[in-house]
Design a protein around this ligand. Structure first.
Ligand code: HEC
Length: 130
């Protein structure tokens, strides 16, 4: 009986330490798509590609976040943005409401539409790997 409790506790603790808000968010995007998973390479393409559907002065994510994901970015009005790579800014993507808010706003700005769960998962996977 004591052992069973200890094992349950150990299992709970190990789940708690491996799954954070970023993993939960990815799991939600994965549940919303029928694809075979997320790709950092596709995320990188999404990040650097020029789109024609959004605002002309911000055709790509790199327009504000910069070409180097480990470097600081800058908005069109000159406001500095911290690096989007998790290795440089470890607090990134830990607040799901913030992540969703900015995906919505920035995808509309760049692509002229919202990003799909697949695109968001790919992009996050790329940033987590950086
Ligand atoms: C017009 C400038 C601009 C463009 C273009 C832009 N972003 Fe952002 N982004 C921001 C700003 C400003 C923030 C909020 C400040 C911060 O998080 O440092 C932000 C934050 C984010 C966040 C939330 C970060 C967090 O820590 O939770 C995500 C996700 C994001 N952007 C994704 C994208 C993606 C994907 C694209 C391309 C489709 C993109 N952004 C293009 C300006 C931009």
């Amino acid at each position: 009986m004591k052992n069973a409790i200890a094992i349950t506790l150990a299992m709970l603790l190990s789940t708690a330490s491996s799954a954070g808000p970023r993993e939960d968010q990815l799991a939600q995007y994965a549940a919303a798509t029928k694809s075979a998973g997320f790709s950092a390479a596709r995320g990188q393409t999404l990040h650097t590609q020029n789109f024609a559907g959004g605002k002309p002065d911000t055709p790509a994510c790199t327009s504000c976040h910069g070409k180097d994901v480990r470097g600081a970015g800058r908005t069109p009005v000159g406001k500095a943005i911290e690096a989007v790579a998790v290795s440089v800014t470890p607090t990134r993507y830990t607040d799901p409401a913030k992540v969703e808010k900015w995906f919505k706003r920035n995808c509309n700005e760049v692509l002229g539409r919202e990003c799909t769960p697949q695109e968001k998962g790919d992009w996050l996977t790329y940033m987590i790997a950086q």
